[in-house]
Ligand binder design. Structure first.
Ligand code: AMP
Length: 222
């Protein structure tokens, strides 16, 4: 089975000890390293990465300009809209067989409550903690390669063709970060309270490889 999983590109552990596909939430403030760690988790554990930010950016044209404006200002889009998108996605076959990694959801207590009420089983909530003052530098230095969607920092040593084309997210400015952090701090405690013992706090201010080690340790316990 492990051979088959590795051939399919899955890592060594895609289920809980009881054999159920993993249900993971990753939370943390903007630029806390969720993107990097989500790529690691999806690759190693084979779970389906579901990022509501990515889904909303992809659906921006369909959901209307007011939603685009809210996102661009760092506010939160209405719960019903995001909940609908996530509920639909969680019903797809790949999630049923491979499990899931929710990234950017739930963002409010109401979203967390819906998730629980519809019976979605969450095995672990990874909470990346990074002090606000560190986040400012990370957000302002963040660049996205529009071709590969990879995230970089302005100080990264990258080929010139990448630094010639990389872009800054519209909401990665100091003002908008203030709004996003405000929403984050207002909501994170009520959200984590919904998941109690499943929450694992991890210091996101370490080197990415060390953060990854701790995440793996936590996920292998489930
Ligand atoms: P992210 O890429 O996770 O930083 O999300 C980008 C933006 O999408 C956020 O600033 C919000 O405007 C919106 N967004 C993403 N996920 C949610 C959510 N679960 N609830 C409400 N708004 C969200």
């Amino acid at each position: 089975m492990d051979y088959l999983k590795s051939k399919l590109g899955f890592g060594s552990k895609a289920t809980t000890k009881s054999g159920k596909p993993l249900g993971i939430i990753i939370a943390g403030p903007p630029a806390s390293g969720k993107g990097t760690q989500c790529a690691n988790i999806a690759k190693e554990f084979g779970v389906v990465h579901i990022s509501t930010g990515d889904m909303l950016r992809a659906a921006k044209e369909d959901v209307g300009s007011d939603i685009g404006a809210i996102m661009n200002n760092g506010g939160l889009v209405p719960d019903e809209l995001v909940v609908g998108l996530v509920e639909q996605r969680l019903q797809k076959g790949d999630v049923k067989t491979r499990g899931f990694l929710l990234d950017g959801f739930p963002r409010t207590k109401a979203q967390a409550v819906v998730l629980k009420n519809v019976g979605v089983e969450i095995d672990v909530v990874i909470l990346l903690e990074v002090p606000d003052e560190k986040l400012v530098a990370r957000v302002l230095g963040r660049r996205i390669d529009p071709v590969t969607q990879k995230t970089y920092n302005v100080n990264d040593d990258v080929p010139k063709e990448v630094s010639d084309r990389w872009e800054q997210r519209g909401d990665d400015t100091e003002d908008k970060l203030k709004n996003r952090l405000g929403e984050y701090h207002k909501n994170i405690t009520p959200i984590t309270e919904e998941f109690g013992e499943q929450v694992r706090k991890i210091d996101g201010d370490m080197a990415p490889a060390d953060v990854w080690k701790q995440i793996q340790t936590e996920l292998r316990k489930v």
